[in-house]
Design a protein around this ligand. Structure first.
Ligand code: GLA
Length: 465
């Protein structure tokens, strides 16, 4: 283990002994002040007004008051971009901006759903059937369905239904203030709040804790088509006020609070160029997932000591993390392998078929959402460049966390180093991952010139914040 990693592991243990973090139940609160406090410890009026407005709108539509509210926040990721689906840890925090769902149970076997923006999102009436089909790809209600189905098709829900409990009908009103297509996870906030709604309305709060919910929702969001890694859903469920969370996905999901040095502020600036993950899946997000998987297979074929891997078909590893840890490699060993084995400048499809010894890459990787379209819609795959970013970003996350936990260094010195890591992350996302944009490069540069100690794209990129 390299020294920085050893130190990090040691610090993590010390922290955990001090405050073991329970992965626990979804909290139910009875006053807004339990959720929205400003730095003086008082409730911001704007939140109260928003809830009152929701009640008013709910009454106008349904002629009764809502019985409960459900909420789930958006997020910003501080560092660790495009590495969660490779199995590696990330460092996000939740935003105050959230998805809000007001609801009341209904005697009818239906889910009547209204949105505060009725023009953009007109009323939908769904069946309560957990196994109903998703709608056509562009429909906004798919995010609701993804969350609903994630919980309602779980084994806990199936057991309740088998024991005679019918899925509850509901009257629903949605109000989100998480900016859409801005890289701050409005989609995860929508899916998580819908899943939590299903959980609460169907009395599953005692049987599905935060950890299980995160697992279900990560799988659920894949129904929308994104081969998502899990960061957004996990932080939306596990976040705590004022805390950044170091999220591990292996061997299981675990969140650790990470103290950001005092005296620094994160400014989340929107480039105002929208970045729709779903509309561009096959050439952007899911393509990156495929490129990272191919990197894993090529490295496994060349260096794995555990199995005899001769083709993409026979590769048991789904992530670079799994391959790395099965072989006990440290980060620099993986980087050496990436440098020595993977070709710079991209592979054509026939190059890949040959390198992976495969007659059907689509068939071999058929667990990745929209793999067929990814294969059809692209001509070159940049395997070295993506893997090179991933491993260096993994190192940056570890360094970032180690600096935050370091006690003998001044806040000023810490700030400088953290800012530098954020700048390096942006450069790598721009150059090797190719997921920045002209506007994001300009905005991050403007931030640096205006006094930011570091600036980078947050979230998937190609626009947004
Ligand atoms: C999106 C995905 C996440 C993560 C980021 C990039 O937000 O939903 O799982 O991959 O992109 O870091």
């Amino acid at each position: 283990m390299d020294p920085i990693n050893a130190k990090l592991q040691e610090e993590i243990k010390v922290q955990e002994q001090k405050s073991p973090e329970m992965i626990d139940q979804i909290p139910v609160v009875t006053q807004l002040a339990d959720i929205y406090l400003d730095t003086n410890g008082s409730l911001k009026e704007v939140h109260e007004r928003r809830y009152l407005n929701c009640i008013k709108r709910f009454e106008q539509i349904y002629e009764q008051k809502p019985e409960f509210f459900i909420r789930a926040p958006g997020r910003a990721n501080i560092i660790g971009e495009h590495i969660d689906y490779c199995g590696y840890s990330v460092l996000p925090f939740a935003l105050e901006q959230d998805f809000l769902i007001a609801y009341a149970k209904s005697p009818k076997d239906e889910l009547r759903i209204n949105n505060i923006d009725m023009a953009l999102f007109p009323e939908e009436i769904l069946e309560t059937d957990p196994y109903q089909k998703m709608r056509e790809e562009t429909s906004w209600i798919n995010y609701f369905l993804a969350g609903y189905k994630a919980v309602m098709t779980s084994k806990e829900s199936e057991a309740a239904i088998k024991a005679g409990q019918k899925p509850t009908g509901m009257k629903i009103f949605i109000d989100s203030v998480v900016p859409m297509e801005a890289g701050v996870s409005s989609s995860a906030a929508f899916v998580v709040s819908s899943a939590t709604l299903a959980l609460h309305a169907n009395n599953l709060v005692d049987s599905i804790d935060k950890n299980k919910l995160a697992k279900y929702v990560i799988e659920g969001e894949k129904l929308v088509g994104t081969a998502t890694g899990g960061m957004d859903q996990t932080i939306s469920i596990m976040a705590e006020m004022g805390q950044a969370k170091y999220i591990e996905f292996n061997p299981k999901i675990a969140c650790h609070s990470t103290p950001i040095p005092e005296g620094y502020t994160f400014v989340i600036a929107n480039s105002l160029t929208p970045s729709s993950k779903v509309a561009t899946l096959t050439t952007r997000y899911n393509k990156r997932v495929v490129e990272c998987r191919i990197a894993t297979i090529l490295l496994a074929m060349a260096f794995d000591n555990e199995h005899d891997i001769t083709s993409s078909k026979s590769c048991p590893y789904k992530t670079l993390y799994e391959l790395q840890h099965a072989n006990g490699w440290d980060n620099d060993t993986v980087l050496d392998h990436i440098n020595s084995k993977l070709k710079k400048g991209g592979y054509s499809k026939s190059d890949l078929e040959e390198a992976l010894n495969s007659n059907s890459i689509v068939g071999d990787l058929n667990d990745i959402e929209h793999i067929y379209e990814v294969w059809q819609n692209n001509v070159r795959f940049h395997i070295f460049e993506r893997a090179y970013h991933v491993l260096n970003e993994v190192k940056r996350v570890e360094q970032f966390r180690a600096i935050c936990l370091e006690q003998s260094v001044s806040n000023e010195e810490k700030g400088e180093k953290l800012g530098q890591l954020m700048n390096e992350s942006h450069e790598s996302l721009k150059t090797y991952y190719e997921c920045s944009s002209i506007e994001l490069d300009e905005l991050t540069q403007l931030c640096r010139e205006s006094g930011a100690i570091g600036s980078r794209v947050t979230g998937a990129g190609w626009g947004g914040c």
